[in-house]
Write a protein that binds this ligand. Sequence first.
Ligand code: ATP
Ligand code: MG
Length: 258
Amino acid sequence: MSTIISCGSQKGGVGKSTTAYNLGACLALNHGKKVLLVDIDPQANLSDYLGFEPDGSPTMTQLVMSACMGTLKPEMLQDSLWYCETADVDFIPSDINLASAEPLMSTTISRETILRRILTKDFVSEYDFVIIDCLPSLGTLLINALTVSDRLLIPVQTQKFSMDGLQSLESLYQQIKSAVNPKLNLLGVLPTMTDRTRVSRASVETLTEKYGEMLFRTHISKSVEAARSSENRMPLCLTDSKLGREYEELAQEVLERC
Ligand SMILES: Nc1ncnc2c1ncn2[C@@H]1O[C@H](COP(=O)(O)OP(=O)(O)OP(=O)(O)O)[C@@H](O)[C@H]1O
Ligand SMILES: [Mg+2]
């Protein structure tokens, strides 16, 4: 059985892409899971992290456009698949043009199920985990991610204003769960970029009060290792680092919860 996880939050720069990449790499490299990473962010940070170099093959942009027009073929999906050797994961890259596909999505019939037409049951059944790296917005792409997902993982940067926008994400999650995807559940809320400052500790306390057991026991510390890992395109679990150990703990918690 495959589990589709959306890594989402409308707040920018909270560690969504870093988490999608490193969680995926841990599950694959340390736990032998077959993992597919899906980039639905036009910024394409995850694709870059995975070493994607545009070569004319279809990306999420063409998949979305074809799904909107009803012309998506299985071969196109296969052609869009990449493999990242260092992280041992398959991935579907995104690119900047996905931003211009979003308006087309919003005018398509059953606009929330476009990604579901791409990530079909048949296709994802090959994988143990599919992790979707979402963009920082509550628009059609995020709605599509939540519609196709089993679980939602919300990274929250434990800094000032960390709780901003969580309410609207939760409300969207509830609407999608009740209207189109009853199997959607919260996987957990992940405190990221924690440090010893008062504000960081206070936001972890607030998150604990609000989410209780839904808050992951694992917290991801603030460390330059994160930027180094994306620069070197090297999963943190392959480096002897605190963040590498933390992402491994997260992977274990995710396996417990799924
Ligand atoms: N634990 C961490 N400690 C310090 N810096 C981090 C950590 N995790 C991520 N970063 C850095 O913070 C920046 C944002 O991280 P990331 O791209 O993962 O966030 P994001 O939520 O995906 O952003 P966006 O909303 O733009 O997609 C990056 O420069 C990344 O290297
Ligand atoms: Mg990102």
